[in-house]
Design a protein around this ligand. Structure first.
Ligand code: ADP
Ligand code: MG
Length: 273
């Protein structure tokens, strides 16, 4: 674990550390290596407020790693990442940058919701328990208020009657909808989805995509790694094709899907479309 105190962190100058423009997410030259394996080789992209960005690309191209960097589950090897005006992992003080401690990073991260491929609900808690856990424990929201809000969210994802069920009693699609409600309970300004329907039986994919579409319609800013090209085309505002740790091309979904400029994009799309 990382726990750099201010004393140990070599302070960098904060010059150029202000978020460029008013995008909600700004990734600037993001690099990530695991040992000698360079997984992200300089990712530059911006996500506007209210934008739904879909990221597609072959397995192993670094999509999950990039999402994990966005919410600082992984520390960048180089580059900078801003979310909602905050430089992830750093605090600015008197013109210098200081690395945040883990507890401070957790606070930055609480502004970002993440939904994974595997619906990782807490198995020993009810649906309601899963949803109120973080608001109560992390944000100190009174339990009664958190419960009220959780019921609203369950309504929104179409599961008001499952409040007292345990995860194992739910289908994969229902669990994933609970996972979305749980992430929303923290009132994030950004939602990240990492192949949220890839582990589902085909007949359950639609109900999860419907919830995501509803969320998008409500103006949520979303970054979605997915192989669901129909969703990307219909709901996405932008489409990014990643391969081998770089953004190969990006643009409007219609543009990228109908008229891919790069050979690598064409080859990938010919396999998934
Ligand atoms: P994708 O989501 O596009 O399939 P990933 O981001 O999961 O790709 O992985 C990209 C590469 O990074 C893969 O080669 C993977 O093995 C490697 N990788 C991911 N996480 C780690 C880790 N914690 N340690 C070492 N290698 C990793
Ligand atoms: Mg992945």
């Amino acid at each position: 674990t990382r726990d750099h105190g201010e004393q140990e962190a070599a302070p960098e100058t904060a010059e150029g550390a202000a978020a460029p423009g008013d995008a909600l997410v700004v990734a600037e030259n993001v690099h990530k290596s695991f040992g000698r394996l360079e997984v992200l080789k300089g990712i530059d992209l911006q996500v506007r407020r209210g934008e739904v960005m879909c990221i597609v690309g072959p397995s192993g191209s670094g999509k999950s790693t990039f999402l994990r960097c966005v919410n600082h589950l992984e520390k960048l090897t180089a580059g900078r990442l801003w979310v909602n005006g905050e430089l992830m992992g750093y605090r600015q003080k008197r013109g210098r940058l200081y690395e945040l401690r883990d507890s401070e990073i957790a606070a930055q991260r609480s502004d970002i919701g993440m939904v994974f491929q595997r619906f990782n609900l807490f198995p020993h808690l009810t649906v309601l328990g899963n949803i109120v856990e973080a608001p109560v424990q992390v944000k100190r929201v009174p339990r009664a208020r958190a419960t009220e809000r959780a019921m609203e969210l369950l309504e929104r994802v179409g599961l008001p009657d499952k409040a007292n069920a345990y995860p194992e009693q739910l289908s994969g699609g229902q669990q994933q909808r609970v996972a979305i409600a749980r992430a929303l309970a923290m009132e994030p300004s950004l939602m990240l989805f990492d192949e949220p329907t890839s582990a589902l039986d085909p007949e359950l994919v639609g109900e999860v995509l419907d919830v995501m579409q509803d969320l998008a319609g409500g103006g949520m800013t979303m970054v979605v790694v997915t192989h669901e090209m129909g969703f990307a085309r219909e709901v996405g505002d932008s489409l990014v094709f990643m391969d081998d740790g770089v953004v190969v091309e990006s643009g409007s979904p219609a543009e990228v899907l109908s008229n891919p400029r790069h050979e690598r994009t064409q080859a990938f799309l010919s396999k998934v479309l």
